[in-house]
Design a protein around this ligand. Structure first.
Ligand SMILES: Nc1nc2c(ncn2[C@@H]2O[C@H](COP(=O)(O)OP(=O)(O)O)[C@@H](O)[C@H]2O)c(=O)[nH]1
Ligand SMILES: [Mg+2]
Length: 296
């Protein structure tokens, strides 16, 4: 256990199977653990479940030392919880003024195949609903768009993008009645970041180019998905879907090597989970304070 007060933040990572979710978490955790034995980093990370932490670190070492990607079915769990302990501040006053001493980051890893197929049995449907409910208590959601699939559809990226957003919308619609059985949801990720996974495969695409491609080629599907999500929740005006974008590369993958030292965006996961929900809340409160009704 860490010392003092702990802020718990949840991040839900959505993406089709093969889109890079497991490798992203492995890279995030592995590098954080790796450097903390060698240096004095800004923060230290520990998996709450010791066995899971060991397996994750083994997977990371497999990538780093043997250039082996983590096997697809290695981790059956969907929730991974980590304690993030920042380095002690130099001045006791800074420590005293901190609202929180530690952060617990919980990753919810959405089983990718749920995007692609409907549940086969009532039990499976039930499990999906339960898992989804846990997902939807997250503070931030990250929806992965796979650079490899964009490349495979070069020139016709809309084919992949439309089907990705449509499938996701459909899986939400399938669960809509069950999710809102007891009324619209109040706890829900307010910030949905669209992330380009495997960004190393398209080195010339910057984050503005990525955003523009999404809006140009799948703007309609993104709006439809935003409305569907809006129907599930209270205060849909506080939803930011598709307003934040990030490029992610968990390592550089070449034909015969995986270079974990060359990454992009992975270090943004923590601040994304920690800061974005707060800035969104701040914007919402500010908009309320400035609204005509409040000023009248
Ligand atoms: N080029 C590149 N390939 C990646 C990256 N992350 C994952 N991959 C590839 O995508 C495969 C599937 O990734 P994985 O994380 O298992 O996908 P998941 O099903 O979403 O968990 C890996 O085995 C790698 O070959 C990345 O950052 N860059
Ligand atoms: Mg996976």
């Amino acid at each position: 256990m860490g010392r003092g007060k702990t802020l718990e933040q949840h991040i839900a990572v959505f993406g089709e199977s093969g889109s890079g979710k497991t490798v992203l978490m492995t890279s995030w955790y592995g590098v954080a653990r790796d450097i903390q034995t060698a240096s004095d980093p800004l923060y230290k990370v520990k998996a709450d479940n010791f066995d899971l932490g060991t397996k994750l670190f083994q997977s990371y070492l497999g990538m780093k030392e043997d250039s082996k990607a983590p096997p697809a079915d290695r981790f059956k769990a969907t929730d991974y919880s980590f304690l993030v302990e920042p380095r002690q501040a130099d001045s006791p006053r800074a420590t005293k003024n901190r609202e929180f001493d530690n952060l617990r980051l919980v990753w919810h890893d959405y089983p990718g195949e749920w995007f692609e197929s409907a549940p086969h049995t009532a039990t499976e449907q039930e499990r999906r609903i339960e898992t989804f409910q846990a997902f939807l208590t997250s503070n931030v959601a990250l929806l992965l768009i796979d650079a490899q699939k964009l490349l495979a559809n070069a020139g016709q990226e809309e084919r992949y993008l439309k089907s990705l957003f449509d499938n996701f919308e459909r899986s939400l619609e399938d669960l809509e009645a069950a999710l809102t059985k007891r009324g619209k949801l109040s706890r829900f990720p307010r910030v949905w970041v669209l992330g380009l996974s495997k960004a190393d495969l398209i080195p010339d695409l910057d984050v503005c180019g990525f955003r523009d491609m999404l809006i140009k080629k799948a703007g309609r599907e993104i709006s439809a998905l935003r409305s569907t999500i809006g129907r599930l929740i209270n205060e849909p005006e506080a939803l930011a879907f598709g307003e934040d974008f990030v490029l992610l590369s968990s390592a550089r993958f070449t034909a015969d090597a995986i270079d974990v030292a060359t990454r992009k965006g992975v270090d943004l996961v923590l601040p994304m989970a920690e800061i974005l929900p707060l800035t969104r809340l701040f914007d919402m409160l500010r908009a309320r304070i400035m609204s005509p009704e409040m000023l009248a």
